[in-house]
Design a protein around this ligand. Structure first.
Ligand code: AVJ
Length: 338
């Protein structure tokens, strides 16, 4: 159902910039807090500058990073069913949190447009460049689509979602690709409660969650042979050099990915390979590193089916149905706001 891109008229597109979008003062504050803490950390949302968003797209093509393909397989087989169950007879508005390139979203849009005449798509992404590129690409492909995009972090976008909820519609919120995995377990529940509060009873959430599995499979997914994930991780230091006037020597840090099976999470770190001092001129400060000292840059939590239904219930949703890929690595969970 894909056609060649054509010219896009801006009457079908709005892009609003919220807190957290693009180069933002919060990076300086969060970097200062994280790098002066023990252990050191930088929040993962700062991976996604223009290059970081593209590196993540490359990760999704890696043989080791099975998540994207597994979720794509579920959508290829079951998008029509998912949309049918989410709509339960009503017209849908489609929201996506962390939309990125929105390539998997196309199958969902196809399925919605097979059931209704037009569709409002509301993507939210921290990267304005990724958001604009994906919105233009989608509008070029889908004549019956209107895009109301929000550039910013999730929490800034939540109060705006209902601006797009016309009477008689149901929202289907896509939170795909294991994006939920960046929250710790309590943070995931709290965020989903805030999301629930931004929705109406009967609105749906399609939650893509990666499943707990063998450590070797998980660690390879976050430490690929080509070194793309290493570049993705190190890029946050390059961003700090550019935006915070820092002088990180990227060659003196190495990418580390480990699965902690007690916490059920893959951790990513940047490990200093020598004792060194890094200056951050925009912060007017310098940071010392011991040889082997790490900056914790990301957690990617993995779920069991039981944890997913508990999470849904604790956040004010009912878990209506779960779809798995053939190999049982990844889950798409349809939750309904109660
Ligand atoms: C975009 C958060 C879903 O945790 O799997 C991929 C990010 N980090 N490889 C994930 C990521 C390293 C990804 N999410």
């Amino acid at each position: 159902m894909q056609h060649a891109p054509r010219e896009v008229s801006s009457d079908r597109l709005t892009v609003r910039r919220l807190a957290g979008a693009g180069a933002d003062a919060s990076f300086a504050e969060d970097a200062r807090r994280g790098l002066t803490s023990d252990p050191k950390s930088i929040p993962p949302k700062y991976f996604y500058d223009a290059l970081g968003s593209q590196l993540f797209e490359a990760i999704c093509l890696l043989p080791e990073y099975y998540l994207t393909r597994a979720e794509g397989e579920i959508f290829e087989r079951s998008a029509a069913e998912i949309v049918e169950e989410a709509a339960s007879g009503s017209r849908l508005v489609l929201v996506e949190l962390g939309s990125g390139s929105a390539s998997k979203t196309r199958r969902v849009i196809d399925a919605v447009l097979a059931r209704q005449a037009g569709l409002t798509y509301v993507p939210v992404d921290i990267s304005p460049s990724a958001l604009e590129a994906s919105a233009h690409a989608l509008l070029g492909v889908y004549e019956r689509l209107t895009v109301a995009a929000y550039a910013g972090d999730y929490d800034s976008a939540l109060p705006h979602l209902s601006e797009n909820f016309a009477a008689g519609t149901r929202a289907l919120v896509l939170f795909l690709g294991s994006n939920i995995g960046n929250f710790d377990r309590g943070g995931a529940r709290d965020f989903m409660r805030r999301l629930r509060d931004a929705l109406r009873e009967g609105d749906a959430l399609l939650l893509g969650a990666d499943l707990k599995k063998d450590a070797a499979v998980l660690e390879a997914a976050y430490d690929d042979a080509l070194g793309i994930t290493a570049a993705f991780n190190l890029n946050v230091l390059a961003r700090a050099n550019r935006e915070l006037g820092a002088d990180f020597d990227l060659r003196s840090f190495r990418h580390v990915a480990v699965y902690d099976d007690v916490e059920g999470r893959v951790e990513m770190h940047l490990e200093s390979t020598r004792e060194q001092t890094v200056n951050l001129s925009a912060l007017g400060t310098s940071i010392g590193f011991r040889a082997g000292e790490r900056i914790h840059t990301e957690n990617s939590y993995k779920y069991s089916p039981a944890e997913l239904s508990a999470l849904a219930g604790a956040a004010g949703f009912a878990l209506k149905r779960t779809w798995l890929d053939e190999a049982g690595r990844f889950s798409s969970n349809l939750l309904v706001a109660v």
